[in-house]
Ligand binder design. Structure first.
Ligand SMILES: [Zn+2]
Length: 460
């Protein structure tokens, strides 16, 4: 079986062969930490986490290097810091912590490297200097601009003509540009904004150069895979590619470009500027992280994903059925757990998660109906497959306890604790009385040497 991925640059799905199988490299554009992440922001994180896990399985955990940047200096961060009257570090530390805890609640592994813009200044400045030396950039009025005329392939990634790009709404017009499509590498800071010294004058970097410099510094060019949301193809990734190729004279910037589709809410793309956002930080307080993760992977990553409450409810139901099958098979001893062949085949086909989910349900079905060794194999394959994708990490009983109303859960926990104390004191009459009370609440108690666990009885 071979992994096949769709490449935005060549517009084809082809076999993934890393440049060096001992050192597979992937870069994904990360967050700008000025606010909580919404579920649209979380989609690429979860999608590329799946790819990271799959690559680690194929090439070995120590042979995959994954970098995702943290943009920690930016206009929005500056504005928020000014509004609160605090240094930008206070803002970025607060929202980076929240980002880490929210993304780990969704089962995402931390990337190998999380470079930060403010700590990459030397590499950024060195790369701009090289671009100027190579005549691919020019300094003017305190700015340094990339010279798009110096790069004949400009527009190749986004499949745009120069006219399209000039017409693009995101291309800023400025009198000091030699060509309207030229973009900023370095710009002067406004009064009160963070500022760094450079050979081009005091100022701060543009956004695009940050990613190129971080890739060069952490992974080296070219890389195997560059990922991100498809709203980044132009101008961000087009510009990254132009910078990297012109600075280092490499034949390619990334061997594969992968882009995920939008996450829509109602009829619109979910975005902070439209104000229609669902924050992960809020969602995880009442929806299990695995259910949010399932919902984010329910459509193929290249397709748009329609977000709704119903989507997360369906995701929760799917996981309930898998956890239910596991719970009913708690006595089955699984041999060495490993993903099934059909499951891996689905992921190898450009990360076809809907097909992989169908295989998880098929495995759960086999676990319910098979007998003997087949049942044990089904359990091993269900666990191996689901856990590769970041699911079924919880104990099945603990999973269903999450459905119990918090007040009732607190009461059950208190009764269980009281009963453990009674048993330790050998007050069997009291212990039995409490058990009867729990039974009346439809709670089953399982005693073990260190105390007791519980679960809600399944309805007959
Ligand atoms: Zn980037």
């Amino acid at each position: 079986m071979t992994l096949r991925l769709h490449d935005t640059l060549t517009r084809e799905k082809r076999e993934f062969v890393p440049l060096n199988p001992d050192r597979v490299t992937m870069y994904v554009c990360g967050p700008t930490v000025y606010n909580y992440a919404h579920v649209g922001n979380a989609r690429p994180v979860v999608v590329f986490d799946v790819l990271f896990r799959l690559l680690r399985r194929i090439y070995g955990e120590d042979h995959v290097l994954y970098a995702a940047n943290v943009t920690d200096v930016d206009d929005k961060i500056n504005a928020k810091a000014a509004a609160e009257g605090v240094p930008i570090e206070v803002i970025t530390a607060r929202y980076l912590d929240a980002y880490h805890s929210d993304m780990s609640a969704l089962g995402s592994l931390r990337p190998t490297f999380e470079p930060r813009a403010t700590r990459t200044m030397d590499a950024i400045i060195a790369m701009i200097e090289r671009l100027v030396r190579n005549n691919a950039a020019y300094a003017t009025e305190g700015h340094v601009l990339f010279n798009t005329a110096a790069y004949s392939d400009y527009g190749k990634l986004s499949h745009r003509s120069m006219d399209d790009m000039i017409a693009g709404a995101r291309v800023d017009v400025a009198p000091y540009k030699q060509h309207p499509a030229d973009f900023v590498l370095w710009k002067p800071s406004k009064p009160g904004e963070p500022v760094w010294d450079s050979p081009f004058g005091p100022g701060r970097p543009g956004w695009h150069i940050e990613c190129s410099a971080m890739i060069e510094q952490n992974l080296g060019l070219p890389i195997d895979i560059h990922g991100g949301g498809n709203d980044l193809i132009f101008p961000h990734h087009e510009n990254e590619m132009a910078q990297g190729i012109c600075a280092d004279h490499v034949p390619a910037y990334a061997e594969f470009w992968l882009h995920n589709g939008f996450l829509n809410f109602g009829d619109e793309k979910m975005s902070k500027s439209l104000g229609n956002v669902v924050l992960v930080h809020d969602l995880v307080t009442h929806v299990p992280g695995e259910a949010i993760r399932w919902a984010l992977l329910a459509a193929h990553y290249r397709q748009p994903l329609q977000w709704s409450e119903e989507l997360t409810a369906r995701a929760k139901k799917s996981l309930d059925s898998l956890y239910g099958a596991l719970r009913r098979a708690s006595e089955v001893k699984a041999p060495v757990i490993a993903p099934s062949a059909a499951f891996l085949e689905a992921l190898d086909d450009d990360l076809n998660t809907p097909r992989a989910f169908a295989e998880l349900h098929a495995l759960a079905g086999r676990l319910e109906t098979a007998v003997g060794a087949d049942r044990a194999t089904a359990k091993a394959e269900l666990l191996g497959s689901a856990q590769l994708l970041g699911f079924l990490a919880a104990d099945p009983d603990a999973w269903f306890q999450g459905d119990v109303d918090p007040a009732l859960r607190a009461r059950i926990d208190a009764l269980i604790a009281e009963r453990v104390t009674a048993r330790t004191a050998k007050d069997w009459a009291k212990a039995d009385r409490i058990r009867a009370e729990l039974t009346a609440l439809n709670v089953e108690v399982m005693d073990n040497p260190t105390g007791a666990t519980w679960r809600i009885r399944e309805k007959p």
